[in-house]
Design a protein around this ligand. Structure first.
Ligand SMILES: Cc1cc2nc3c(=O)[nH]c(=O)nc-3n(C[C@H](O)[C@H](O)[C@H](O)COP(=O)(O)O)c2cc1C
Length: 496
């Protein structure tokens, strides 16, 4: 579904009762983040538009509004896909699967509202924008939280749009977390090999398909712009940047253009940041920075950011988005790899795709292991899918009690139901990995032993005559004929 721009999306949310506007004065310094944390709740809070931010509420402020939480509830992910607000998680996952497989290339236009203001040289000042300090322990004011960083593969011209964190360094520098195993890391390596700085454009505030696609591991040879087009059902209108050879949505709220050098003498301190794991991560250290060459923005731009960091019963946009994105991507990977019989896939919101649960109809021995290996062999598993569960079709993968029962009686470590794959790439932000293995400047990525919990009925077991030809005994679930009779007579027994 297309909304035109961020403003169109906000209007839609307002109409649907999904937006809370906050007109009381709120300080960007930790107060705004805390309001967002409390309002997001357990993934049931509204989207938030802050209209009165300390230090940015005078007439001459360049930017005075912050929007967050657009996708912090499943109902709004449903709205993004044009589905009913009460669509099930599985329906959202199926919609995302379809969008990821679609491609509508962008359309190049000459001009757009994002060019209403063009700042260069001394006029560039990130402090002119009400960028929140989301948490007290954050290393700075995190500007890059819900944006899309546009980069280009210099060999093919393919533009990648990825969401990677970054904070205000100085008025015209933006230190970032640049990992080589991410797609912009791949682009960066190619620019480094050419002995050149990498051009980059950070896009803030557009339709929800931008942050949704920017934070999805789309295959490296595919541009997120094509997938965004498929998701909204029409091409994304792009305009040329002012100082970098890249293109950005013409109706974005704001764009920061610049270059990244690989020369360590240019690095600036970055981190830590309240990360998706729920811990502060990516410790303070010298990191690559964007040397800003231009900022363009609409009149009265609305800054788009988000509060990261998931804890049990404390969900946010990343948790809800990841739950849909990571399940959809995994399902597509399984299908492309030819793993048969997949009936549903789920990533519980509390761990942002670190745990993947696959439900399947088993046809042959080793199918669960085939599924896990297909997932772990994909680039999509870089920061995710540390722990993979596979269960049979009769287990409700959205219900932890059902999984726990399957874990109890269909898992036997002595029967190879728990498999470890050590020494794989992993999240450098996961504190369960020793700090020394999380040095991305040295290793490019983190280090995980991945685990498969195969909670399916063991196909190595012989079918048993006494079990009616099945490998496991019958369950105690009453037969339908008995249930029908008891249901009919229920009131006769004295039950209400
Ligand atoms: C709010 C948010 C912040 C993120 N921050 C980072 C980050 O700092 N570094 C990173 O490599 N990935 C980060 N991610 C995950 C990436 O966006 C994700 O892995 C995405 O697939 C990257 O795009 P790519 O596949 O084109 O590289 C973040 C995701 C979200 C939702």
């Amino acid at each position: 579904m297309s909304f035109g721009d961020l403003r169109g999306w906000i209007d839609h949310l307002r109409k649907e009762g999904e937006l809370q506007e906050i007109n009381a004065e709120v300080n960007w310094d930790c107060e705004l983040g805390t309001v967002a944390r409390k309002a997001f709740g357990t993934g049931n809070g509204p989207a938030l538009l802050f209209n009165n931010i300390t230090g940015y509420n005078k007439k001459d402020a360049r930017c005075s509004q912050v929007f967050t939480g657009g996708l912090s509830k499943y109902s709004r992910v449903a709205m993004m896909f044009g589905l009913p607000k009460d669509a099930s998680i599985t329906e959202l996952v199926k919609a995302a699967r379809k969008a990821y497989s679609g491609r509508i290339p962008p359309r190049i236009v000459k001009d757009g509202p994002v060019k209403e203001n063009i700042l260069k040289g001394d006029d560039i000042n990130l402090f002119d924008f009400p960028i929140p300090k989301w948490h007290r322990e954050d290393g700075g004011r995190y500007i890059n939280t819900m944006q899309g960083n546009v980069t280009m593969d210099p060999d093919t011209g393919r533009m990648n749009v990825g969401m990677y964190r970054g904070m205000i360094g100085t008025k015209n520098t933006l230190p970032v977390l640049l990992w080589r195993a991410q797609n912009w890391g791949g682009d960066f390596q190619k620019w480094v090999d050419r002995g050149e700085e990498m051009p980059v454009a950070c896009v803030y505030g557009w339709e929800p398909s931008l942050p949704f696609c920017a934070s999805s591991p789309i295959p490296p040879d595919v541009s997120e712009y094509d997938v965004m087009g498929a998701m909204r059902g029409e091409p994304v209108d792009l305009v040329k940047c002012e100082t970098v050879p890249l293109m950005v949505p013409a109706s974005a709220e704001m764009v920061v253009e610049g270059y990244i050098s690989n020369d360590p003498s240019t690095f600036e301190m970055e981190g830590p940041f309240g990360e998706y794991t729920g811990y502060f991560g990516g410790d303070q250290g010298p990191k690559h920075k964007i040397r800003i060459t231009a900022i363009t923005h609409r009149n009265n731009p609305i800054f788009r950011g988000t509060l990261e960091g998931t804890l049990p019963k404390m969900l946010n946009e990343n948790s809800i988005m990841s739950s849909v994105q990571r399940a959809a991507l995994a399902w597509n990977i399984l299908e492309r790899s030819g793993v048969p019989g997949i009936t549903d896939v789920h990533c519980p919101a509390a761990n942002n795709g670190t745990t993947l649960i696959i439900q399947m109809r088993q046809r042959y021995r080793g199918q669960a292991k085939q599924a896990a290996m297909a997932i772990w062999g994909s680039n999509a598993s870089h920061l995710r899918y540390k722990h993979v569960w596979v269960v049979d079709e009769d287990i409700d993968i959205h219900d932890y009690a059902s999984l726990d029962w399957a874990f109890a009686y269909r898992v036997n470590a002595a029967e190879d139901d728990i498999i470890f794959v050590p020494g794989t790439f992993g999240s450098a932000l996961d504190p369960s990995t020793r700090l020394q293995y999380r040095d991305t400047l040295k290793f490019g990525t983190g280090k995980w032993a991945r685990v498969l919990i195969d909670a399916t009925v063991n196909m190595d077991f012989e079918p048993q005559e006494q079990y009616g030809g099945e490998r496991y005994p019958p369950t105690v679930r009453p037969h339908q004929q008995d249930l029908d009779m008891v249901n009919r007579r229920w009131k006769e027994y004295g039950f209400k």
